[in-house]
Design a protein around this ligand. Sequence first.
Ligand SMILES: Cc1ncc(COP(=O)(O)O)c(C=O)c1O
Length: 488
Amino acid sequence: MKKISWVFLSLLLAVCMLVPVAVSCAEDTAGQAVVTIDNIRDFVVGIDEPVTLKDGTSRPLINFDNAATTPALKPVMEEVNEKLLMYGSIGRGFSLKSDFSTGIYENTRDKVLSFVGLNPKDLTYTMFYADNTTDGLNKLATALINDKSDIVLATRMEHHANDLPWRERCSAVGSKVIYAEVDAQGRIIYEDLERQLKENKVKYVTVTAASNVTGYMPDVHRIAKMAHQYGAMIIVDGAQIVAHRAFSMLGETPEENIDFFVFSAHKMYSPYGGGAVVGLNSVISGHQPAFYGGGTVHLVRDSIVNYKEGAEVYEAGSPNFPGVVGMGRAIDLLQQVGFDSIAEHEQKLVRRMIDGLLAIENVTVYGDTENLEDRVGVVTFNTSDANSLELASRMSDYGGIATRRGAFCAHPYVWRLMGYADDEMESFEGCTDFKTPGMIRVSFGIYNTEEEVDTFLEVLREQIEWIKQHNKELDAKELWDDVMFPEY
Ligand SMILES: Cc1ncc(COP(=O)(O)O)c(C=O)c1O
């Protein structure tokens, strides 16, 4: 009898040990664990790494700063480490490792094209790797803007990365950038965009697919249709969309197709650098960025340079192999988790966060707080009870919660949302002072949870209360030094 119960207990124990493994670690056809929205936290590098708070306690960070950058996923890190064993010079070496690395580098191009809804065999589009979105947009701007007739229509929603390259390049060739306005809630006014297209001979429209300040996703296919109707091409900044929604460069009709799309890998769980520009082959091939060096030429003589044509001319210098490997694996993983699950999860977090914030006295949440369907997981807010710089730094130092504070490299948009006129901002040059108007931004990754939102709201209430009670006269320098250079 004793023997039977011992056998039974052993069996039970084995089953109990196996069941959770089976549930959380189903495997794909390559024998690798399947990542889902429910088990994603098991796959995030550093998620349990404790940070030491100013009160001396330690705890894992709650990371609500995913719009800035995202942590690596473990399978991404493993893939990079594994492929580095066979790393060799790309496209230039005579070695088996070089062939191996070159193969991965070239094959990942097809994966990128498919990721943005294209058929890699269709030569209408091509792609080149970039260091990140900023680099890709700068390369496009220097390649495309050459003449005073090259007028660019941007919007007041843009990140500086999709504004300044166009401003600088247009001003260098005597052309100009004009802007479509946003409404009081921060959405692009399509009628204004169309008016600008009617009144100006615009060559390129450039717009973000998702705002890093409000999370709005403008209807870029609608904008593409308008742009094409007026003879312009459309460039889309994809930095904030790629980790949040499935994105296709193809619209429902050819007029709605996107001409150029740019994104960074570090915002999609592969922080090894790297990104991509996908665009019309005919246009990319006919232009060249102001970026020169090895890999871009057929032949260089004493005084004559014979450049290549096409995407290769945009990839001067030695390629970023880990960046490309990581990006390829990140694409697989995001698709494995599924963008429908990601969107559904994110909407829950945004709703909970906004409702929680609005329940706190004297808190302002920017943008539309009722209709959230056109927003990715970004929420910005302020409270009249605390300086945003002090509040964000206390949330980090005493709550272990990462957010971002400021104007998020989108100054014109942030000032508009906060109700400041352009000329009022002159005295805030430098933007590093605690007196400079700014917001606090919470931005979600796929691994954040509703419990984390609740903890955030609790810590926020505590910290606002602390600041109110201490009502201290802030010493700007002391506060800034403390924020910028904490002791570790
Ligand atoms: C909307 C948007 N565009 C462009 C960028 C620039 O991206 P990167 O810093 O990867 O070049 C960012 C970065 O936050 C962004 O949010």
